[in-house]
Design a protein around this ligand. Structure first.
Ligand SMILES: *[C@@H]1O[C@H](CO)[C@@H](O)[C@H](O)[C@H]1NC(C)=O
Ligand SMILES: *[C@@H]1O[C@H](CO)[C@@H](O)[C@H](O)[C@H]1NC(C)=O
Ligand SMILES: *[C@@H]1O[C@H](CO)[C@@H](O)[C@H](O)[C@H]1NC(C)=O
Ligand SMILES: *[C@@H]1O[C@H](CO)[C@@H](O)[C@H](O)[C@H]1NC(C)=O
Length: 519
């Protein structure tokens, strides 16, 4: 209940003024985040580089992202905003040596989405920072130009995946020594289709070659204006998950804000921030989706009516009271849009969502939230087939917490801290800095293991249960960047509350330079 009072306080603050709150920097906290970054990097650089991912317990590596050095590329924009010249140098030396024509043995299947958000986003962000406000870190490096050349070459390779009757890409493309080969995927999802538009548009704007933008825009059009809305758009602006790459029709009506759909909605408002002249229709679609989410998906748990979560859906008449760590970016996205539009109601609603995700951290043994959680909705009858009470072993936990855990792992995900960051930038309320710091301390205490940081199996067991020996590249790109920025000094890449955003963050937390100031 304490935290509910805090949110109400933040809300009343907001209703007085949206623009330009004052911020506090915490040098001792940013120093601690830098120490964690260095430790994670040293483990990776010693035991895994130039492979993709560190296995910190076994002191080995995995090429889960095709063997192009995913952690190095993902770490670069964070090393830059932290001002870590030594790590910037190590990564910049590596960039020109990446051979995107060749995958690691057995790793020919390339995800167009993952490659776009991690590699293309990482390269373009570093290019924007090094040709912009952080040019001093790139001096004498051939690699600054190589960042853009490599990004362009990578996009040229990935372009083959758009060669379908509809123009919707297949998410899987095989990159082999004899060239690329399409997969036989018949469908693709709205997150994997709709989370290319920012990176590929930026590439077109940087190179002056419109073809990258045109490819992804053609695919995005099927999401912005569904051809079969009777199936594909169960609520206004809220769409299904998968589309047929042959005819461009939706094949289901399921969706919400979880993995598989999440960053499609995220990028609608971010495209408007990127270029508010060109992407007004994206803004309209975002507003429609947000209004429907508030009207149809808002849910409060029976045991904790003070908490707000967003339900998922399987068609308009079947809500599914489940949410995820991934979905916890939603509060931050509502807030970003609220700031952009001067919509206090969206900011207040976003702060409620942020509070809900904070509760998932507060309730567990490790003070870290779980991968998947459920609750019983307070509006629907408690015996409805989609609204069952918790399993008996979770009854007590649910009574206090307002959710129960369906999948208990934590894989070094950023979304809860990401939303604290937007909440703080919108309000200047230092409560959100403290929440981010508490989460960071808990993550450091629970996941620091072996020569780096490891995913854990159970956030509600002492020590997080088993260490599952995997340090995801987004720990560098996202967790450590948002943990740092929320405590850091003002800078041109900090999110602004007063319509002056010079950068837009891709879904992997790589800041890309906005085309003009929005509004
Ligand atoms: C992975 O690391 C090993 C050991 O350093 C090295 O021999 C190998 O070439 C690397 N593979 C890739 C794909 O980077
Ligand atoms: C996709 O559309 C094509 C052409 O209409 C059809 O033959 C195929 O069965 C569809 N596949 C799926 C998975 O819906
Ligand atoms: C749920 O409970 C109500 C009230 O007891 C009852 O009328 C209804 O038939 C029940 N519905 C189901 C699906 O069991
Ligand atoms: C992170 O963990 C290390 C090792 O346990 C510890 O020395 C350091 O103080 C921790 N940092 C924070 C901010 O808790």
């Amino acid at each position: 209940m304490v935290s509910f009072a805090i949110v109400l306080a933040a809300v009343s603050y907001i209703s007085q003024a949206i623009a330009a709150p004052s911020y506090v920097a915490h040098p001792e906290r940013t120093a601690a985040v830098k120490e964690v970054f260095q430790h994670a990097w040293d483990g990776y650089y010693t035991y895994a580089f130039p492979n993709d991912t560190l296995r910190p317990i076994s002191e080995s590596y995995e090429n889960d992202r095709n063997g192009w050095g995913a952690s190095a590329v993902d770490a670069l924009s964070t090393a830059l905003v932290m001002g870590n010249q030594e790590v910037v140098d190590q990564i910049l030396e590596f960039i020109p040596t990446i051979n995107f024509d060749l995958t690691a043995p057995g790793r020919e299947a390339v995800s167009v989405f993952e490659t776009t958000i991690r590699y293309l986003g990482g390269l373009l962000s570093a290019y924007d920072l090094l040709t912009g406000p952080l040019s001093e870190y790139g001096q004498g490096h051939e690699a600054v130009k190589a960042l853009l050349d490599q990004a362009t070459h990578l996009a040229d390779i990935l372009s083959d995946s758009f060669d379908t009757p509809s123009g919707i890409p297949r998410n899987t493309l095989f990159v082999t020594p004899s060239g690329t080969r399409p997969s036989d995927d018949e469908t693709n999802g709205i997150a994997t289709i709709g989370t290319l538009i920012l990176e590929w548009t930026r590439l077109s704007d940087l190179t002056g070659d419109p073809k990258y933008h045109e490819l992804v825009q053609k695919a995005e059009d099927y999401l912005l204006s569904p051809l079969n809305p009777e199936l594909g758009e169960p609520f206004p602006g809220l769409i299904g998950t998968n589309l047929n790459v042959t005819d461009g029709l939706f094949v289901d009506s399921s969706g919400g804000w979880n993995g598989g759909t999440d960053s499609f909605y995220e990028y609608l408002i971010k495209m408007y921030l990127y270029d508010s002249e060109k992407y007004k229709f994206y803004l309209e679609r975002w507003i429609t989706a947000i209004d429907s989410s508030i009207e149809y998906l808002t849910s409060h748990p029976t045991s904790r009516p003070d908490i707000t979560f967003l339900a998922a859906y399987r068609g308009a008449n079947d809500l599914n009271f489940v949410s995820t760590h991934l979905a916890c970016f939603d509060g931050g996205n509502f807030i970003l849009g609220g700031l952009t539009l001067d919509r206090k109601d969206y900011i207040e609603y976003g702060l409620e969502l942020v509070n809900g995700c904070h509760e998932t951290y507060l309730a567990t043994e490790t003070q870290i939230g779980p991968e998947v959680f459920r609750w019983q909705d307070s509006k629907l009858p408690p015996n409805a087939s989609n609204n069952q009470p918790p399993p008996a072993e979770w009854a007590d936990f649910y009574e206090d917490a307002g959710f129960w855990i369906q999948w208990s792992s934590y894989v070094l995900r950023p979304e809860v801290i990401e939303s604290y960051y937007y909440a703080y930038r919108a309000t200047g309320d230092t409560t959100y800095q403290d929440w981010a710091w508490d989460a960071f301390v808990a993550i450091n205490a629970t996941t620091r293991a072996g020569v780096g940081y490891s995913s854990v199996s159970d956030v509600n067991a002492p020590g997080g249960g088993e260490k599952t020996d995997f340090q995801e590249s987004f720990f560098f790109a996202e967790v450590l960047k948002y943990s740092y920025l929320i405590q850091a000094e003002e800078a041109p890449w900090q999110v602004s509350a007063d319509h002056d955003n010079r950068f837009v963050y891709n879904t992997e937390a790589h800041p890309l330079r906005a085309k003009g100031n929005p509004i």
